[in-house]
Ligand binder design. Structure first.
Ligand code: IVH
Length: 579
């Protein structure tokens, strides 16, 4: 029996309404609320669903080239529609593009390609009549554009007069240089205006305004010229340059797609150093004689493709939010997400920092999220795309480890577990004590520390140093073998010799960072001198070394008899001969 395939209608409709909202913000308001990569991901998902289920709603944005022209501009009708470009974001799909080109052209021969930067601006058509620049229009919906001729003074590198050609149309990309964008935002900030999201929107906003703006500088890269026929894209770019237009820097010709691949890898490294924003490379069949045969879809020509550089952004979904308690009792909030690959690594968890962060985002389980990673920085949630308008996630009232009632910190930003015996707090404290920054006890994992704690062999830091007397008990524990126990005990023994600064860091005294412990131990190089200073109440000297706030915390810590006796015990342990 045939199984009926259910079309995911609600997702398709959801995607259409999201994309329409974003189109409006981007094209009409010039105020996007999501990054291009987020838009592209949703667009791709919509296209994939439409293809998979062969189900395309008539109002789907995938069926339109660009956006309807805004009624605030005079419409410009064009015979030759301004199309958009299809895109790929990996080499596999770039190769598929090459295969498709060869298939349509019914050839096994290699295809020559021209590569240009994909400039992140807005496409514009310049019409020259009788040698003069007579009309400038934006793409609009491709067929009907918007007349923005009145803003021609903003274009700083476009010739207003062509000596050698009387009538022609030039198409290209208007963009704002990165430097100009920073300058403009600085200016807007000073005058208390809203800042612009990115150079592309700054360019679009400047050009598509009815109020004349003098203090904005836009530039233009030309990529198409409609006059007498040229044989190739290469000759077209050369002709544009001869006429006085600026074309994409480093445009190059390649004999085949493999060469293109190498070039793209090389260009990606250059991207940051450009003085304009580029999000990829446009790969175009060089020979115009193939263009007619290759043809076009309703939106894209089949003779070109945009290779988009991988984004440092990914879209995912919150599957769960859970809390953990740290060694100092602070509650941390973590989102479990549908795993995604971001810059080569798989991400399935993201930190939510504190409750204020969650509340500000309005985040909840089931929400779609945008995660961003820049360089070595840990991935962060930068945006929430609400699909069901759900309220923000509500924090728990009890500690996930000991179930005691959680308290809020004084600024209501995060919660705290105040129970000194909270098992997770104690284990995390012991883990911190043994960590590299602390006493660097090698060969003892968090799991082992947990196990030793559960078996009552480890409750406080000094207990590490009594473990050698309990070797028999240790060997009875699951996963503790003779060799690893030997290594562990050896490493514990070695940790006695670590500098005092490490021991003080290991104790986790609030505000006493490793930099501050270093400072302190310059004056008090061993525990005896430090403990004598405490006995003599040299608080003023501590304040001079550490600053007021840290001194207060240290004083508070040392005023607790339990802490002082731990230090006394550690002093004895460190003085004891090796076992
Ligand atoms: S050629 C038929 N070349 O990218 C369209 N377009 O995402 C021919 N773009 O609509 C366009 N740099 O606005 C071409 N070097 C370049 C480009 C470029 C940026 C824009 C163009 C296009 C959009 C597609």
């Amino acid at each position: 029996m045939n199984k009926k395939i259910e079309v995911p209608m609600s997702r398709i409709k959801e995607l259409i309404s999201l994309i329409e909202k974003w189109n409006y913000e981007y094209y009409i308001l010039n105020q996007p609320s999501v990054e291009d990569a987020v838009y592209d991901k949703h667009w791709q998902e919509l296209r994939e669903l439409e293809a998979k289920y062969n189900y395309i709603l008539p109002n789907s944005p995938t069926q339109k080239a660009g956006q309807t022209a805004s009624p605030k501009f005079r419409p410009v009708a064009r015979q030759n529609p301004m199309l958009s470009l299809d895109s790929v974001d990996d080499y596999e799909n770039l190769l598929k593009f090459d295969e498709r080109v060869k298939k349509i052209l019914k050839t096994d021969q290699e295809i020559e390609y021209i590569c240009e930067w994909k400039i992140d601006g807005l496409s514009v058509s310049l019409v020259y009549r009788n040698h003069h620049l007579s009309q400038i229009s934006t793409r609009g919906d491709g067929v009907i554009g918007e007349d923005i001729t009145f803003n021609k003074e903003l274009l700083k590198n476009v010739p207003f007069f062509l000596k050698e050609v009387a009538n022609c149309e030039v198409r290209g990309e208007v963009y704002m240089k990165k430097e100009e964008f920073l300058r403009l935002n600085e200016e807007l900030k000073k005058s208390g205006h809203k800042l612009l999201a990115n150079p592309r929107n700054a360019a679009a906003g400047s050009l598509r305004t009815l109020i004349p703006l003098q203090n904005r500088n836009l530039h233009f890269f030309a990529y198409q010229l409609f006059t007498s026929n040229f044989p190739t894209q290469l000759s077209c770019l050369q002709e544009l340059e001869k006429l006085g237009f600026v074309v994409s820097p480093d445009y190059s010709l390649f004999r085949n797609i493999e060469e293109v691949e190498k070039f793209i890898q090389q260009q990606e490294k250059k991207r940051e150093s450009l003085d304009f924003e580029s999000d990829g490379v446009v790969v175009k069949v060089n020979d115009y004689k193939h263009y007619e045969k290759l043809g076009q879809t309703s939106r894209f020509p089949r003779w070109a493709i945009a290779y988009k550089f991988p984004a440092s952004l990914a879209v995912s979904k919150v599957q769960n939010i859970y809390v953990e308690v740290s060694r100092n009792g602070r509650i941390t909030y973590v989102a479990e997400i549908t795993p995604v690959i971001l810059q080569g690594s798989k991400i399935s968890k993201v930190t939510l920092h504190n409750y204020a962060f969650i509340a500000n985002l309005g985040l909840n389980i089931g929400d779609e999220i945008v995660i961003k990673k820049a360089g070595d920085v840990i991935p962060q949630i930068t945006k929430v795309i609400k699909l069901n308008g759900s309220a923000s996630w509500q924090p728990p009232t009890n500690c996930p480890s000991c179930n005691s009632n959680l308290k809020w910190n004084s600024t209501n930003i995060y919660q705290l577990c105040k129970n000194k015996k909270c098992p997770q707090k104690v284990v995390n404290y012991l883990v911190h004590f043994a960590s590299k920054r602390g006493l660097d006890i090698k060969g003892i994992s968090t799991k082992n520390i947990q196990k030793l704690y559960e078996n009552n062999l480890l409750n406080q830091p000094a207990d590490f140093y009594h473990l050698y007397q309990k070797e028999r008990q240790l060997l009875k524990l699951e996963g503790f073998r003779k060799k690893s126990v030997g290594n562990m005990l050896h490493s514990i023994e070695n940790s006695k010799k670590r500098p005092l600064a490490n021991l003080l860091t290991a104790l986790g005294i609030p505000l006493l960072s490793s930099v501050k412990t270093q400072k302190l131990t310059k004056f008090y190089p061993d525990l005896s001198s430090l403990l004598t200073a405490v006995k003599n109440e040299e608080w003023e000297k501590f304040r001079e070394i550490l600053g007021e706030e840290t001194q207060k915390e240290l004083k508070k810590y040392l005023s607790e008899p339990k802490n002082l006796s731990l230090l006394e015990e550690m002093k004895l342990i460190r003085e004891l001969p090796s076992t």
